[in-house]
Design a protein around this ligand. Structure first.
Ligand SMILES: Nc1ncnc2c1ncn2[C@@H]1O[C@H](COP(=O)(O)OP(=O)(O)OP(=O)(O)O)[C@@H](O)[C@H]1O
Length: 297
C-alpha cells in the first residue's frame, strides 16, 4: 500500500488556511505519528485523506487511485480500504460491542443486509477473533455506553480492523485516556499494524507517545510540514520548529517534495462539508460531520 499526497491544500469557507501544500508519502507497514500544536492542521489532514473534509487542491493517491477525483460510488469503495479510528470513538452508544464492530463490514454487504444488520457468519466469526485480539473477548454483548474509554477505543480499533483496510488513519486516539491506557492503546495500534502489514498514520498531541511508538515523525506547523524523520532526530531545534515555527535548517529540512503541483483546484471550499451517503457508509467508517457542517457563520 502506498499513500501519496501531493500539494494538499485546504482553505475552509471561513478563510482559515488549514493546509498550505502538504507532500507526504507513506508505504510499507511503518507507523507514522503526526505531531504539532493545536490548530496545525493534523485533523484536517487526516480527514482530507478519506474526504470527510473536502480538500481545496492537491492529490491523494492510494495505490495509484486519486481519491480526490472519485465520485460517490468510487469513494465508497475506496473508503473500505481506509480504516479510521477517532478520538471520540464514534461508536453507536445504544448498540452492543459486537454490533458496533460489525458496522465495519457495512461497506461489504448489500443495502438490504446493512439495513437489517444481517452479516455473513464469516464476518461474525472474524469479529469474535478480533475482539479477542483487542482484549474484549468476553464483552461482545455489552452495550458500549457501559464501557470505559479505553475499552471503547478498543471497540473502535476492532471496527476498523474488521474492514480489512490497507491503511489505518487514527485521529488523536489517546486524548481522552489516562497515561497507562494511552500506552496500551498505542501499543495495540502499532502491533496490529505490524500483524496486518499495513501502515498506520496517527495524529497525536503527546510527543512522548509519538517518539515511543512511531517509526517516523511528521511535524506540522501552520499547515505545513516542518519536520519529517525518525524519532531520534526530533531534538530541541526540531521540536521548536514544530511547536513555535521558524525555518528549518538545511541539514534536517523535511523530505523534499517529489512533485510540484500547479495548485489547480480539485475541490470547492465553498461547498465544503461532510458527505454522508444515504447508505450510511460514513458511519460505518465512524465518520463525524465536518465542523464546518454544523452551522457555523
Ligand atoms: N470546520 C472548520 N471551519 C473553519 N476552520 C476550521 C475548521 N476545522 C478546522 N479549522 C481551522 O483549521 C486549522 C487547523 O485545524 P485542525 O483541527 O486541523 O488542527 P489540529 O492540528 O488537528 O488541532 P487540534 O490538535 O487542536 O485538534 C485551525 O486554524 C482551525 O481553526
Amino acid at each position: 500500500m502506498t499513500l501519496d499526497v501531493t500539494d494538499l491544500r485546504k482553505t475552509y469557507p471561513t478563510g482559515d488556511e488549514a493546509l498550505t501544500g502538504i507532500d507526504l508519502s507513506i508505504d510499507g507497514s511503518e507507523t507514522t505519528a503526526m505531531i504539532g500544536p493545536s490548530g496545525a492542521g493534523k485533523s484536517t489532514f487526516i480527514r482530507c485523506v478519506n474526504r470527510l473534509t473536502e480538500p481545496t487542491a492537491g492529490s491523494i493517491e492510494l495505490d495509484g487511485t486519486d481519491l480526490t477525483a472519485l465520485g460517490d460510488d468510487g469513494l465508497r469503495e475506496a473508503r473500505r480500504d481506509i480504516g479510521m479510528i477517532f478520538q471520540e470513538y464514534n461508536l453507536v452508544e445504544r448498540l452492543t460491542v459486537m454490533e458496533n464492530v460489525l458496522t465495519g463490514r457495512l461497506g461489504y454487504v448489500s443495502g438490504w443486509q446493512a439495513f437489517r444488520r444481517s452479516f455473513p457468519p464469516a464476518d461474525i466469526e472474524r469479529a469474535y477473533e478480533i475482539l479477542e485480539r483487542v482484549g474484549l473477548g468476553d464483552m461482545e454483548n455489552k452495550r458500549v455506553d457501559e464501557l470505559s474509554g479505553g475499552q471503547r477505543q478498543r471497540v473502535g480499533i476492532a471496527r476498523a480492523v474488521i474492514q480489512q483496510p490497507t491503511i489505518l488513519l487514527v485521529d488523536e486516539p489517546t486524548s481522552s485516556l489516562d497515561p497507562e491506557t494511552s500506552n496500551t492503546v498505542m501499543r495495540l495500534l502499532t502491533e496490529i499494524a505490524a500483524e496486518q502489514d499495513i501502515p498506520v498514520l496517527i495524529n497525536i498531541h503527546e510527543v512522548d507517545l509519538a517518539t515511543d511508538y512511531a517509526d517516523r515523525i511528521v511535524g506540522l506547523h501552520d499547515g505545513e510540514i516542518v519536520f519529517d524523520g525518525p524519532p531520534a532526530d526530533l531534538q530541541d531545534g526540531a521540536l521548536d520548529r514544530v511547536y513555535r515555527g521558524g525555518d528549518p535548517p538545511e541539514s534536517d529540512a523535511p523530505r523534499p517534495a517529489d512533485a510540484t503541483a500547479d495548485g489547480a483546484s480539485q475541490g470547492d471550499a465553498a461547498s465544503d462539508g461532510v458527505r454522508v451517503p444515504a447508505d450510511g457508509v460514513v458511519s460505518a467508517n465512524g465518520g463525524t460531520p465536518d465542523r464546518s457542517a454544523s452551522g457555523g457563520p
